[in-house]
Design a protein around this ligand. Structure first.
Ligand code: HPA
Length: 277
């Protein structure tokens, strides 16, 4: 367990390092999911800081995750983009998975956009769909707030009754309509992975109310809510979950779908960022 004092020092050291390199405090944090990293290329007046330079920052291990923070202007807003996130299945501890979000909170960032690749449990979805997360179910087996409460970040027992901000969800759904996308929202269930689910597990997850399944997002969203940040969650359905179609799940397939829909995803998120406040 990391004591409150130690965590505060870790976060402050990281913030001080970053603050010296950026001209302005960003207003919005963005976490880019697997295969969705290209959005960072659109950030103007970029200042890029590789994770490995930042004191106390965990290091990315997965191939295809460059592992860097990108600061600059996106759709007229100062943003901090996390290009390459830390997954629980990689072996990181929850405090490492959520360190970047704690850092954002400590820097004064008030809003977080979290994106991910997810399996579709709802049979009305198709691979390639973009879905706004309206709630989540935490089945990762643990909670990132377990242990000492970092009281300067938030309360011991934070409320999660609107973990995904309802106004931001409304705005996002409106933009999906304007862009001619299917207007979809659903419940995301976070599992630890790294194995994909069995067909029986998918039937169970559907029964308990899940529309999407993935191996990320939930820890970051819990920590963002602890820090009273507004959250918007966006899933890209990369595959139908196990047992729905007569085919096996391949990581390569997941990546192929994200690169196919990346253009649409990028224009959606760009437009969305204009209206989030
Ligand atoms: N299950 C869990 N995580 C995922 C999936 C899935 O089917 N697709 C993309 N991430």
């Amino acid at each position: 367990m990391i004591t409150e004092k130690k965590m505060t020092t870790k976060i402050n050291d990281a913030r001080e390092y970053i603050s010296k390199k950026i001209p302005e405090i960003p207003e919005l944090g963005i976490v880019l999911g697997s295969g969705l990293g290209n959005l960072a290329e659109l950030v103007q007046n970029q200042i890029v800081i590789p994770y490995k330079e930042i004191p106390n920052f965990p290091l990315s291990t997965v191939q295809g995750h460059p592992g860097r923070l990108v600061f600059g202007l996106l759709s007229g807003k100062q943003v901090m983009v996390l290009q390459g996130r830390f997954h629980f299945y990689e072996g990181y501890e929850m405090h490492e998975v959520t360190f970047p979000v704690r850092l954002m909170k400590n820097m004064g960032i008030k809003g977080l956009v979290v994106t991910n690749a997810a399996g579709g449990i709802n049979v009305n979805y198709e691979p390639g769909d973009i879905v706004i997360i309206n709630d989540h179910i935490n089945l990762m087996g643990c909670n990132p707030l377990r242990g000492a409460n970092y009281s300067d970040q938030g309360a011991r027992f934070p409320d999660l009754s609107e973990a995904y901000n309802s106004e931001w969800r409304k705005k996002a759904l409106g933009i999906m309509g304007e862009l001619g996308l299917k207007v979809l929202q659903g419940v995301y269930v976070g599992v630890s992975g790294p194995s994909y689910e069995t067909p029986a597990e998918i039937r169970y997850l559907r029964t308990i109310g899940a529309d999407l399944v993935g191996m990320s997002t939930v820890p970051e969203v819990i920590v963002a809510n602890h820090g009273r940040m507004k959250v918007l969650g966006i899933s890209c359905v990369t595959n139908m979950a196990a047992g729905i179609l007569a085919q096996k799940l391949e990581h390569a397939e997941v990546i192929a779908i994200t690169s196919r829909i990346e253009k649409v995803f990028v224009s959606f998120v760009k437009k969305l960022i204009e209206v989030l406040d």
